[in-house]
Design a protein around this ligand. Structure first.
Ligand SMILES: NC(=O)c1ccc[n+]([C@@H]2O[C@H](COP(=O)([O-])OP(=O)(O)OC[C@H]3O[C@@H](n4cnc5c(N)ncnc54)[C@H](OP(=O)(O)O)[C@@H]3O)[C@@H](O)[C@H]2O)c1
Length: 196
């Protein structure tokens, strides 16, 4: 049964992109494509859920095939699917999901088999946590302060999420943290179990 891993690389002060939307300062060769760390992530990942803005980071969406680290089925959460599907092959397929995060995660789990579903994109990570869909939170901490930018968390609706640390690793200059989600957020005084 597939597990759902939500998370991204974050500055120590909590941002996944700088004030100009850039992520260059959140990179380290030890976590880049071709590294042993990335090879491990690739082995454990059977499908990916992306927010549309993360999908749009690629200048040419046809280049996902053969170039994106995860050559697996990709589910893009969006209100507006493109008119023309990006290039696909027998390993990397695109599904544009317009009926919400729970649907995207359910479809990704079905595609991932025994391997994990990775949820990437600040908005979709938070939605997965709010809906109780994430089994684990993975955050790689870059040793940099960005001062401002796009926060990963800072969402009042995540109040009450309880995590249990299950992994701490030094990866190059980064600290790679893994947490199991023990309890979903408290919604209206009660834990949210939607999607569990
Ligand atoms: N540090 C890292 O590891 C890392 C990794 C990847 C990306 N990033 C950065 O993260 C940023 C992207 O994160 P983000 O939070 O801005 O966006 P995101 O989560 O990637 O995508 C958000 C978009 O997805 C669509 N969407 C989200 N939830 C939806 C729903 N329930 N139903 C329908 N559509 C939905 C909407 O787009 P539409 O309405 O347009 O369809 C929404 O604007 C970028 O700045 C990128 O550079 C950082």
């Amino acid at each position: 049964m597939s597990t759902v891993h939500a998370g991204m690389t974050m500055s120590l002060d909590g941002f996944v992109a700088d004030r100009h939307g850039g992520t260059a300062r959140l990179s380290d060769p030890a976590t880049a494509n071709g590294s042993e760390y990335m090879a491990e992530l690739i082995r454990e990942t059977g499908a990916v859920v992306l927010g549309r803005r993360t999908f749009a980071m690629a200048e040419d969406p046809d280049r996902f095939v053969g170039n994106y680290e995860f050559q697996v089925p990709i589910f893009v959460v969006t209100h507006t699917p493109p008119d023309v599907l990006p290039k696909q092959d027998e390993r990397l397929t695109f599904t544009f999901v317009t009926d919400g995060i729970a649907s995207a995660v359910a479809r990704a789990k079905a595609a991932a088999g025994d391997r994990a579903v990775k949820v990437i994109g600040a908005s979709v990570v938070r939605q997965a946590l709010r809906a109780g869909l994430a089994d684990e939170v993975h955050v790689d901490i870059a040793p940099v302060l960005l001062g401002a930018g796009l926060p990963l968390f800072g969402d009042p609706e995540l109040d009450g999420v309880v995590l249990r640390r299950i992994g701490v690793r030094e990866v190059g200059t980064f600290t790679s943290l893994r947490f199991e989600v023990v309890s979903p957020p408290i919604v209206g005084g009660k834990p949210s179990l939607e999607g569990r």
